[in-house]
Design a protein around this ligand. Structure first.
Ligand code: ATP
Ligand code: MG
Length: 378
């Protein structure tokens, strides 16, 4: 009989009295992703899945908290039966060198791990021609786990690791169509933070396709999170007001302060306790330390910037791995050139910016934007 064996992060098992809460949440998240039909069984340090479909393994690999999965042949804990099943399993694989590794969760099993490995390895050698044992660099490692039953597998596939989604509270992610913010969202979601996305849309200066692109990114993230709520905030009026009433070189920084304030308002409505962006130190003018200080000063919630110390190439690598890169590089600009100053300030001073903002009716602009959001549930 075949079953899927799911390993989960050791961080979850280290949670002491809270361990059960984390495990239950992980199981709920798995259930939501793989559907009602499958049986999900918790068994000391593993989750076992029965009655699954062809897509189940790939879905499980995207659930945060899952360290890895393997489809195992499951037999009774009897040495002869284990040997027989191991030989059958290996006969279906093409290989020249192998080794056997055993793990005993059930310590009452008569053979210890080494003895069982030797026994099973011997049976394989006896029954399959032209193969040999290589303990250092085998083509195939056959795993045998002795639990309530014996689990035999050789194809262990890694998952994402991390903590169960929603185990760490809720935050608002400023999600643009760029490369960085989806990666930032992925990293925080992987630590268990539930994300609510906010996208600032400058219609008609940014196209519907730019918005569609952000929706596609949210969809991609939802492959990991299970669902995703996206706020689309009308931003044109605010940008026009800033252009009209403030200095050109302060446009970006003031615009970013509005983004933060609006995100904080949405966070309050959502019961979220932090904001998150894809900023990386020094990447562009608005991401110098001085700019970040001024942007940060307008809100009181913590702002998480998981990419702050990362190089662009490394961020791009993650984007490729998680599947957001190809969407992010689609050519629909997220900010029309009229909204980008020719020489943005790289070292803005808070008091100067606050002075400039006196020309704006900030509260009314924020309220108006927040009252006119479009909510998209994915
Ligand atoms: P990204 O690749 O994530 O767009 P970026 O390198 O283009 O980032 P900026 O445009 O300065 O950098 O944006 C910095 C951060 O501000 C983004 O990572 C994102 O979190 C947020 N942000 C920028 N533009 C928008 C937008 N239109 N809607 C929502 N968030 C935005
Ligand atoms: Mg951007």
């Amino acid at each position: 009989m075949k079953k899927i064996l799911v390993k989960y992060s050791s961080e979850i098992t280290l949670k002491g009295l809270n361990r059960k809460t984390f495990e239950d949440l992980l199981i709920r998240n798995i259930r939501q992703r793989i559907g009602k039909e499958a049986n999900i069984i918790k068994e000391s340090g593993r989750i076992i899945i029965e009655n699954y479909t062809d897509e189940t393994i790939e879905k499980l690999r995207k659930v945060f908290g899952v360290l890895g999965v393997a489809e195992a042949t499951v037999v009774e804990k009897d040495v002869e039966k284990i040997c027989e099943a191991a030989v059958d399993h290996m006969k279906k694989i093409n290989f020249k060198t192998f080794k056997v590794e055993c793990k005993r969760q059930d310590k009452s099993f008569p053979l210890n791990s080494l003895e069982l490995s030797k026994k099973v390895g011997g049976a394989i050698l006896k029954n399959i021609k032209d193969i040999s044992v290589d303990v250092h660099d085998p083509e195939v490692t056959l795993m045998i786990e002795i639990r309530k039953d014996a689990y035999i597998y050789s194809n262990y596939l890694e998952g994402q690791g991390g903590m169960p989604y929603k185990s760490a509270g809720k935050g608002v992610l400023l999600l643009s169509g760029g490369i960085d913010s989806p990666v930032a969202g992925y990293m925080l979601a992987k630590r268990g933070l539930e994300l609510v996305g906010v996208y600032y849309h400058s219609h008609p200066y940014t196209s519907e396709r730019a918005k569609e692109k952000v929706i596609s990114l949210a969809k991609k993230l939802s492959e990991y999170t299970g669902s995703f709520k996206l706020y689309v905030v009308p931003f044109t009026k605010i940008q026009m007001e800033i252009i009209e009433k403030c200095r050109e070189d302060e446009l970006t920084i003031i615009m970013r302060r509005f983004m933060m304030s609006i995100a904080e308002e949405i966070a309050k409505k959502e019961g979220a306790l932090c904001l998150a962006t894809g900023e990386s130190l020094g990447q562009v003018a608005s991401q110098t330390l001085e700019s970040m200080f001024v942007t940060n000063s307008v809100v009181s919630m913590p702002v998480f910037r998981p990419l702050v110390g990362m190089d662009k190439v490394d961020i791009m690598d993650i984007a490729r791995e998680i599947g957001t890169y190809d969407i992010s590089i689609l050519p629909y600009e997220d900010c029309c050139t009229i909204f980008v100053p020719k020489h943005p300030k790289t070292k803005p001073r808070l008091q100067d910016i606050e002075k400039s903002e006196e020309a704006l009716d900030i509260k009314a602009l924020i309220d108006d934007a927040v009252n006119n959001v479009e909510i998209i549930n994915i």
